[in-house]
Every structure is written in C-alpha cells, then in structure tokens.
Design a protein around this ligand. Sequence first.
Ligand SMILES: C[S@@+](CC[C@H](N)C(=O)[O-])C[C@H]1O[C@@H](n2cnc3c(N)ncnc32)[C@H](O)[C@@H]1O
Length: 307
Amino acid sequence: MRHQPVMPEEVLNYLDPKPGGTIVDCTLGEGGHTEMIADRIGIDGRLICFDLDSELIEITKERLLNIKPRIDFLNANFKEIGEKLDALGISKVDGILADLGVASYHFDVAERGFSFREEAALDMRLDRQSGNTAADLVNNEPIEKLERIFREYGEEKNARAIARKIGEERKKGKIETTLRLAGIVESVARKKYHEIHPATRVFQALRIAVNKELEGLSEFVHEAVERLTLGGKLVVISFHSLEDRIIKNSFNYLALECVCPPEFPVCRCDKKAEVHILTRKPVIPKDNEIEGNPRSRSSKLRACEKI
Ligand SMILES: C[S@@+](CC[C@H](N)C(=O)[O-])C[C@H]1O[C@@H](n2cnc3c(N)ncnc32)[C@H](O)[C@@H]1O
C-alpha cells in the first residue's frame, strides 16, 4: 500500500508554504508531503527533495512527473543540506520539512530486508550502494554492542538475552536472512497475546543502527535553521523518543537568548535566539488519523520559525 503522509494538515499549517516559495523536502519517500507542498507553492515555486534511496526516488519521480513547481531530486543524505544547497546556488529557503525514518515501500518490498514477515537477505540499507548491512552488524559486532543497539534503539527489555542468543547462533552459521533472525528473537522472547511481534523492536533497532539515523541530527537542525529566510519554518516529524529528544534539545538551544552560566551577573556570551519554537509540546496525530494510518501512531511533530 502506498505510504500515507503523516499529519498532512499539521505539516501544511506549520510549514506554511506560500505561492512562489522555495521548500526543501528532506525525505521525499513516496512523495505524499511533496505533492501537498507543490500544490501550495504552485508553478512559480521550487522544491528540492532529498532521499537516500535511489530506487525509491526513481519510482516517486515518475509519479510526480506532472508536478507544477520546478523540482530537483537529490539522491543524497539530507544531513548534507548545506553543501547541496550551495551546489544548486541556493543560499536561503522558505521552509524545510524532514519526515524521519523509512517509508511503507521499504516494508512492502521484501527484498530490502526491513520486514520480518517474509524471507529476504538481511539488508535494511536505505542507500544500497554503501555501508554495512544488518547482516554485517548481526554477524560481526560484539555481543555487548548488539545488546546496546537493541536496548537503546529498540527499547527492547530482552536485549541481553537476544544478543547472547545471536552470539550462540552465529557460531553455527552466518545469520543472513530476515526469517532466521526473527526466529532467533522469537525463541528468546515469545509473542504474548495482544503484544507486538517480538522481532519488531529488534528490526527497528537494527534499521536505525544500519542507517545511522540518529547521527548528525542535531547538526542537521542547526544547519537547516541557518538556511532559512527570516520567518522560514523548519518542521520535523520523528518516530522514536531518542530522535524526538535530539530535535527538542536542538530547538531549545537555538531558541536560547543566552548561554552564560547562571552565576554571571551580566551576559557575556554572543548567543542570540535564532528561532521561535512554534510547538511547545510535540504535536501528535489525531485519533482518527491513527485509526486510518496505524504507522502514524508514534509520530511527533515539532516546528520552529527563524527569527
Ligand atoms: C517517512 S519516509 C518519508 C515519507 C514522505 N514524507 C511521504 O509522504 O511519502 C522517510 C524517507 O526518508 C528517506 N531518508 C531517511 N533518512 C534519510 C537521510 N538521512 N537522507 C535522505 N533521505 C533519508 C527514506 O529513504 C524514506 O524514503
């Protein structure tokens, strides 16, 4: 099923794209948000869309063939926003959206290795041209590191037992497929009635580790704000508490007027508030959205405005 854009109304409200505006969509995915933004900015607008996944870009490009604004598709990491905008000769933009994580496509195409419901090679790379696969991590990382990945990125309470079991199993032969890994997890953490599949958290954790999803996020927020025009908006949707915490802390820092220690009688730092936070608390989807799009359940939206 095609990816349903998360919190579509809220994204448009906070991003507030205007006719003729220039907007960066950091996470093109299946183009759901992109299409909505394109409608707002119209024929005189400009869109710059990033995605790490070259295969998905090709599919989405085809779908967006008749889109009105000029659109640049960049098969690149959005964390390189500064240098990529420089290369396009663009110094400032009116809005930036980042809808973090993976698209429905990644779970639907079994061969990408994100789903534990079908047999496939344990890959999970968004960019299939580079980096370690999930199989590389599972077979080569020390058990302690796997345990940490499962605990921190998956919030998996059986992290230690699962990591140890992987350690035993990989001695018998490389763990190369999704179903073999799911079976190993299930042998340690059996599914209880009404609970999510025990492999869900382990697969999520590996995906975050493989794609280094949390690395450089804070630097990205700083760089993105740097690139906004006055009044420009940055909107970030995250799906994981660690991710949301990084976004929240980065926004809070950028909104600070002063970072002097409290014992200083007068301010001696050069810090200036660079943003006004538009969402004191993260915005979450309404119940009817969660009903229609269960994937939106864990999403949190934060937005700020450049001042
Ligand atoms: C949640 S989906 C975006 C869905 C999209 N907003 C839509 O409505 O269809 C996230 C997308 O961002 C891409 N992605 C994740 N991390 C990325 C990164 N660091 N740089 C570029 N693209 C990334 C993924 O490949 C995926 O297609």
